[in-house]
Design a protein around this ligand. Structure first.
Ligand code: F0G
Length: 360
């Protein structure tokens, strides 16, 4: 029988705090493509660029890697309900894994600030969804307070079980490249992901699977950029709603990731994010949600400043699928809605609109 990918816990069980006899709640997450992107290598003027396409996870974002570990541990501890604060993707993932585990889920999202694709997932997986009159930071504060005082189990990335699962993305990059890249960039929000990659690459270094750590770069949206500002932002704003976060929970871990790897933090405007969102769709064939284009947008900015000179291997994680938040793809550069033309159901009419001349 053909081998089927078994999800990150079973695939990496010797490198995770699990035994084969533990309850394992999986939807087959991980094993996502690492795609060569020569158009991006050319744009950034570096040797090679690979995109780690995390939108190919079961619920369409990288969150599933940490959700399998967090929900599995919650089950082992007898939890019956999980709770998560979310800008959308964590809620979609928590809701799906809770169904798989036979648990209920509660998700707290900032009112009016999550994409309908993500909301539809939480609804489909019958989460109890509460729209909080506040931002993500308020939602996380509430989720922590509730899990401290009520029988609901917190599955945000402040739960260390989440990072354990998420670190497997670094393992997969090394499995494919046979080494660490020179630089690895990603969008930066609550800072769980950059912390998890740091953990994963560090473990690979200690095991001798890689000879050096990649420089880790986390890129934020300018209106929600506590790391480049040097402290919390009270009213974060950006069209990249997934990373609309002003007070990142994993602040210290992200600082350690930066220092330990000689990495960096950056920030890009919404305009730069949307430009890269389109570039990825049109030049690499990879459709991501706008937030997910932030890592590549940040590197493009650094490249224009001459900061990427001489780099050979670059990896960029694109964190979520384009179908999560498709509205932006349907707008032109001026924000006008793109409407495909209508045509009569006749070949000659179609050819006419396409400007095709008949074969001789
Ligand atoms: N990209 C996407 C698509 C995300 O959904 C998130 C975070 C990030 C990047 C940033 O990752 O928080 O680990 O630094 N989304 C969280 C959520 C906050 O609730 O879905 P991070």
């Amino acid at each position: 029988m053909a081998h089927q990918w078994r999800g990150v816990i079973r695939e990496y069980i010797d490198r995770l705090p699990f035994e084969a006899s533990d309850p394992i709640v999986t939807l087959g997450e991980g094993g996502t493509p690492l795609l060569e992107a020569p158009a991006l290598a050319k744009l950034l003027d570096v040797g090679n660029v690979h995109l780690k396409f995390e939108g190919m996870n079961p619920t369409g974002s990288f969150k599933d890697r940490g959700m399998t570990t967090a929900v599995s541990k919650a089950k082992a501890r007898g939890a019956q309900a999980v709770i998560a604060a979310s800008t959308g993707n964590t809620s979609a993932s928590a809701a799906a894994y809770a169904v798989k585990a036979g648990m209920t889920s509660v998700v707290l999202v900032p009112a009016g600030k999550i994409s309908w694709g993500k909301l539809s997932q939480a609804v489909a997986h019958k989460a109890q969804i509460l729209q909080v009159k506040g931002n993500f930071d308020d939602c996380l504060r509430l989720a922590r307070e509730l899990s401290d005082n009520y029988p609901v189990f917190l599955v945000n990335s402040v739960n260390p079980d989440r990072l354990q699962g998420q670190k497997t993305a670094a393992f997969e990059v090394v499995d494919v490249l046979g080494q660490a890249p020179d630089l690895h960039a990603m969008p930066l929000g609550n800072a769980g992901n950059i912390s998890a990659y740091h953990l994963g690459y560090r473990e690979d270094l200690e095991l001798g699977r890689i000879k050096k750590l990649p420089r880790l770069f986390g890129i934020q949206a300018e209106g929600s950029a506590p790391f480049t500002k040097g402290g919390p932002v009270a009213k974060p704003e950006t069209i990249a709603t997934a990373i609309r976060i002003g007070n990142p929970a994993s602040w210290d871990l992200a600082q350690a990731a930066k220092t330990d790897t000689n990495g960096g933090f950056g920030a890009v405007s919404d305009k730069e994010i949307l430009w890269m969102h389109r570039f990825l769709s049109q030049e690499t064939g990879v459709f991501v949600e706008p937030s997910s284009a932030t890592g590549a947008a940040g590197l493009y900015k650094l490249s224009k400043q001459g900061e990427l000179k001489g780099l050979d291997q670059v990896v960029i994680t694109v964190t979520g699928h384009g179908l999560k938040d498709p509205d932006w793809a349907l707008k032109d550069d001026r924000g006008k809605k793109i409407k495909p033309r209508k045509v009569a159901a006749a070949a000659v009419a179609v050819a006419g609109l396409l400007g095709l001349e008949k074969n001789r």
